[in-house]
Design a protein. Structure first.
Length: 436
């Protein structure tokens, strides 16, 4: 590793993490809340009040991801060429309003429309945030930066599982949506005040540090293919392989997340408050596994090694839940805790792959394409798991489906050739570092 890259890992890196990680984490955490609370509302009275059947509930859960799919690539293009800060500011306000409106809908068509529009608005956030982070963190920091962003997933699921359960139990599902939508609108103005698109725009970083950051990021681009536009990136087979991998991964993730409260409540025979606490346990596991995976992925500069083994382990854990069955809830639930943790573990390393194989001018759109295919997986996984539960009368078939989805994702990851700039430049790798 050259001296400039080494210096960027010392005080300047600590300063950037301290200023930027809270912004990324809180923003994505609020976005993810809206993907969690519908499951608690449905289990806590919304389905009864609006006359929602299980199959209709599966469609309502899934329609969010159709909207989420549509604006991934335009969102990444706007963030890359204009401003991630502006895009995320307006997204925060709009999704906060739409989330609160979910609490006042009175018909199923209105609910379908609100959930679809919520997906459209939130679809721009993940690619925009990933683009934003690539302007601030170099290769040896990227997996950790991505992980702190995506920690918004399990940590939100952790506190939202407990909080949403008790809000539904205490105030009802309508007030839960309203109260959980307002923080996004408030946070939008904090984001606007503190976020900057580039290092040279920030007052808390010196001009010399900003220049050095840009030099390090530019040096990392020298070994990457010089593509003219995002269409050339879309012709790269690896991008589509990663998209297929995330599609299979999301089948398992969202099929698990959105139906976990119902599975836990029916299996444990507990109230909504206890259901929320139990549902949080897989996400506690996920937080610790994500932090460990990102740390060692950055240290060893090996991304695949910290993705596919976790997915395979998660698949085996889901299969274990199937084998124990509904009559042995607690050992089955222990397997779900392992599976839920493993689902989240590899996200930081995974989203570091595209910026390390494609130049910055097209990486944003490529990541958006990959994530949009993941959104389709979220749509399919949510709907299929709901349909299986309602058709078979229990979660057994769903566990088999989730196991197969994660196993397929692990195989897809193994097939992707992720050779990157660092691997092509052994001189930049510290002694003892492991690469693929």
């Amino acid at each position: 590793m050259n001296s400039s890259a080494a210096r960027m890992e010392l005080p300047a890196a600590e300063k950037r993490f301290a200023h930027l990680v809270p912004l990324a984490f809180i923003t994505y955490s609020l976005a993810y809340l809206d993907r969690v609370n519908y499951g608690f509302a449905a289990a806590g009275g919304m389905a009864r009040d609006l006359g929602i059947t299980e199959k209709t509930s599966a469609l309502i859960s899934a329609v969010f991801f159709l909207g989420y799919f549509l604006f991934q690539i335009p969102g990444a293009a706007f963030a890359s060429r204009r401003s991630a800060k502006v895009l995320i500011f307006w997204a925060l306000i709009l999704w906060g309003i739409l989330s609160a409106l979910t609490g006042v809908v009175t018909t199923i068509p209105m609910l379908l429309l609100v959930r679809f529009l919520l997906g459209v608005v939130e679809g721009v956030v993940m690619p925009a945030m990933l683009v934003w982070l690539t302007a601030w963190f170099n290769k040896r920091e990227r997996s950790r930066a991505n992980t702190f962003l995506i920690l918004g997933n399990p940590v939100t699921l952790l506190w939202a599982s407990a909080g949403s359960g008790y809000l539904v139990q205490s105030l009802g599902w309508k007030m839960m949506f309203i109260l959980e939508g307002l923080p996004s609108v408030i946070w939008a103005f904090a984001w606007w005040a503190m976020a900057k698109d580039k290092p040279e725009q920030a007052k808390w970083i010196s001009p010399a540090e900003a220049l050095e950051m840009e030099q390090v990021l530019s040096s990392e681009q020298k070994h990457l293919p010089q593509l003219t536009d995002y269409r050339a990136a879309f012709r790269d087979l690896r991008v589509w392989q990663l998209g297929l991998q995330l599609f299979c991964w999301s089948l398992g993730l969202y099929g698990f997340v959105l139906w976990l409260p119902k599975i836990v409540r029916e299996g444990s025979q507990q109230g909504m408050g206890a259901t929320g606490l139990l549902s949080a346990l897989p996400y506690v596991t996920g937080v610790f596994l994500m932090l460990a995976a990102s740390h060692f992925s950055d240290r060893w500069q090996n991304r695949k090694l910290f993705v596919w083994p976790f997915l395979l382990t998660g698949a085996l854990a889901f299969y274990g839940s199937y084998l124990f069955g509904a009559n042995h809830f607690w050992p089955s639930f222990a397997c779900l805790i392992i599976a839920g943790g493993c689902i989240f573990a590899g996200y930081g390393p995974f989203f570091s792959i595209v910026p390390e194989m494609l130049p910055r001018r097209v990486a944003g759109e490529a990541m958006a394409l990959v994530n949009s295919l993941g959104a389709l997986g979220g749509f399919a996984g949510t709907y299929i798991v709901g349909w299986l539960n309602s058709t078979t009368g229990g979660p057994g078939a769903s566990f088999l489906f989730l196991a197969a989805s994660l196993a397929a994702a692990a195989v897809c990851m193994l097939l992707v050739k992720t050779q990157n700039a660092l691997e092509k430049s052994p001189a930049n790798v510290p002694s003892g570092t492991v690469v693929e």
